[in-house]
Design a protein around this ligand. Structure first.
Ligand code: MEV
Length: 423
């Protein structure tokens, strides 16, 4: 005996319109719920070719964090995110950092790695594979011709026998230029596996890229004189010292590091989503990087010297501007245009700056007045909306909720009543 609502076996073969009609009936969906996920017929068709059993689109808010001065260029950064404070925090940090020259950023070359994993290999498999490198490169060359034209391509391989399993692991390193690289890396891995299995007496366990992307790092940093930092009764020096200490705490305490780095990812993931990059791949890479010492630690670092607070970040940021959904989905093209159609390295540098900005904004508030007053101010607009306020009323009701200090449904209902009765 099973419970729950079953769907017909042929659900995936229905059209999007048929699927949505069926879901509306079976799950008793309200009209506003259906409308919110309907997009347009063009977007539904696009969704249908992007995922199996597409049933709609998710309209995540897209905000613009503006005023980012990055390597001397002013940038507006589209962020797709449901959390109220993220865009506001990014713009606030951008404005503060802009007052002292903005962010400077850099990247490594965009080298990604794939793994070919072989089992049941003979004792001299590693030497044999190493000796066949030029044959392997010849074999995969057609896959890399586009990348080679753009200055990328094959960058080397290494072979190792793993101690615990006895598996032989071949890693291939490819400069993917403007792509995220997953497709080409996976094809390289599979072709290499096929070639090796045709020559060696061994079996392919798997062939796939690694999302670690630890060779594809972006860095960002800024410096702020202490006189720009005073806040909530703290002097600039006190704030700077507290930010440094807060980061040391995150470095020491993995539980805090998770939240500290979540703040960093508020910016990076929102930018990845806005540009239709692979948010999961980027997050996996960044969190693995944060744990590379064996302990999960802070992604950002701050120091205070000569009357200046400096903040920095370094992390693998495998953003692409071509391939996958990037550049293909019109929403991603929209975001890339607002960013000035950057190449992948520039996009990764912007992401590093936005991640650092988010972290700085969070720490700046946390070590001063705390974040809750700001968050609650933003939260009150949602409460006002849920209570039934619309149009200009939303801001008035939100304001009244804040005056009442009652950030819940009852408070919102009372605030709405008071605004409507003019009291
Ligand atoms: C909230 O989305 C992010 C913060 O919790 C980050 C932090 O604590 O550093 C404010």
């Amino acid at each position: 005996m099973t419970s729950g609502i079953d769907l017909p076996a042929g659900f995936r073969k229905l059209s999007t319109v048929e699927r949505r009609k069926l879901l509306g009936e079976r799950f008793m969906l309200q009209q506003d719920e259906l409308d919110a996920t309907a997009g347009s017929s063009e977007l539904l068709s696009l969704a249908d070719i992007m995922v199996e059993s597409a049933i709609g689109v998710m309209p995540v808010p897209l905000g613009l964090a503006h005023g980012f001065l990055i390597d001397g260029v002013l940038r507006s950064v589209p962020l797709a995110v449901e959390e109220p404070s993220v865009v506001a925090a990014a713009s606030y940090a951008a404005a503060t950092v802009r007052r002292s020259g903005g962010f400077s950023t850099s990247t490594t070359e965009p080298v990604m790695t794939c793994q070919v994993v072989l089992s049941d290999c003979g004792v001299d498999a590693e030497e044999q594979i190493t000796a066949w490198e030029s044959d392997i490169v010849q074999r995969i060359e057609p896959l890399l011709s586009g990348m080679q034209r753009r200055g990328g391509g094959y960058r080397g391989m290494d072979v190792a026998r793993l101690q615990q399993t006895g598996l032989v692991r071949v890693r291939m390193h490819i400069d993917v230029r403007d792509a995220m690289g997953a497709n080409v890396l996976n094809s390289v891995a599979e072709q290499t596996a096929e070639f090796l299995c045709s020559r060696l007496d061994c079996a392919r366990l798997m062939a796939i890229l690694t999302n670690a992307a630890s060779q594809r790092c972006a860095r960002a940093q800024f410096s702020l004189p202490l006189q720009l930092l005073g806040r909530a009764g703290y002097s600039g020096r006190q704030i700077a010292e507290r930010i440094v200490l807060a980061t040391q705490f995150a470095d020491e305490d993995p539980e805090r590091a998770v939240t500290h780095n979540k703040g960093v990812m508020n910016g990076i993931t929102s930018l990845a989503l806005a540009t239709a990059n692979d948010t999961r791949g980027i997050e996996a890479a960044v969190h693995a990087w944060a744990a590379r010492s064996g302990r999960y630690r802070s992604l950002t670092h701050y120091q205070l010297s000569d009357g200046v607070l400096s903040g920095s970040i370094e992390a693998p940021l495998p953003f692409g501007v071509i391939g996958g959904a990037v550049g293909f989905h019109p929403a991603s093209r929209f975001a890339l245009k607002l960013l000035g159609n950057p190449d992948a390295a520039t996009l990764a540098r912007i992401a590093a700056a936005v991640g650092l900005a988010q972290n700085f904004a969070a720490l700046y508030a946390l070590v001063a007045e705390g974040i809750q007053s700001g968050h609650m101010r933003l939260h009150s607009t949602r409460l006002a909306w849920s209570a039934g306020a619309r149009g200009d009323e939303v801001a008035q009701v939100a304001e009244r909720i804040a005056q009442l200090g009652r950030y819940n449904a009852d408070g919102a209902a009372a605030a709405l009543k008071s605004v409507r009765s003019g009291q």
